[in-house]
Design a protein around this ligand. Sequence first.
Ligand code: UD1
Ligand code: MG
Length: 420
Amino acid sequence: MSSLATIILAAGKGTRMKSALPKVLHEVCGRSLIEHVLDISRQLGSLKTCIVLGHGIEKVQAHLPKNILTVEQKKLLGTGDAVKITEKIFQSFQGDILILCGDTPLLKVETIRSLIKKHRSAKAVATVLTAVVEDSRGYGRMIRDHHGNVIAIREENDCDELERNIKEINSGVFCFNAKVLFENLRKIKVNSDKGEYYLTDLIALLAVKDLRIETVTTSESAEGLGVNTRQDLAACAAVMRQRILKDLMLSGVTIIDPATTHIAVDVKIGIETVIKPFTVIENHVVIGKNCIVGPFAHLRPGTCVDDNVEIGNFAEVSRTTVGSGTFVKHFSFLGDAIVGRNVNIGAGTITANYNGVEKSRTVIGDGAFIGSDSILVAPVKIGKKAMTGAGSVVTAGKIVPDGKIFVGVPARMVPGRNRK
Ligand code: UD1
Ligand code: MG
């Protein structure tokens, strides 16, 4: 079988986003657009992956893993030019080159696999991933002859009225024979309206030579969605959100109201856990089995929740681990905290983790009872089975010994009494 290399096009300005942030760094469900696409090439086991960067190159490079090969497109002369500048990198490469765009986060790896499979079994020189969409505005239209063979991809501005009505669009994903790709790229002419070299013009060039061009159409039309505006970003997020929730539900998690639940793409949740409405769970969060989260809970990055935990209304948890059997049921903020097992966090508890200069840790031991409206000013440590009274303020640097009771403002030990 011939080998596979991948080129990801991500140099574009993203003008339509109207953003200082390079387009491919905008996020969908907790992960940047470029990471979504990169993840696909990783899963495909591509021999070599090269990302073409240009606009905001420093920002994008800083965001990417260090081992990723990137190449700079100094002048943004279009998708055809972007591929052309990788020619040197693939000089000695013999095989197939997969081209992905950095702005299509909804592609599924199975679809790309079937594209490559078809490309190889049909011995095509080029295979295009197409999608059939309701609203084809903004996309390149697939032009076919009366036998159904692809003869060109026509960009919106160059379409006549009939062509504009075509619903089959170019998703921006191609598989090319490497040799044919680079030989013919040199022959593309600049588009006079835009002053760009369109990769899509290659298809007409190959078609007139009677070379074999194949297509695969996505089964879900949304897969081909490209993000060019912030509206597209929201549309992609809506589709991905439903995919994430569906996978979680199929794995044994109850999502009471998918319409109001936002869960990032890399979140892990154990079976029998119930996520109640209006809950937001950001990236890098792990939740165990048999938990109840929400309604109106916000779990932020770096939160790790063990089994049998309840996190209820208006609780926000950030960079915190919560031990099994612990309750955080009402109006709390836990940040930079390590909370043990079987702890009761009373309503209104706040870990004051930031003093305006730095963030500090709060440690709460197993079996502790934190009274309602306690403020724990970090750094602070509450011992095992210790207790704070309602409304107490445990000041920075305090250590509440195991089993002791602290009350008041500032909180002081109740002498001679241990918690039963
Ligand atoms: C492109 C396709 C269109 C397809 C659509 C799918 C072309 C000419 N058009 O249009 O047929 O339907 O994608 O989403 O290819 N880029 C560079 N360098 C450049 C210009 C663009 O690397 O000089 C990158 C962009 O960062 C982006 C990708 O190429 O990731 C596509 O560019 P974009 O401007 O979004 O093209 P579309 O108008 O969406
Ligand atoms: Mg695009």
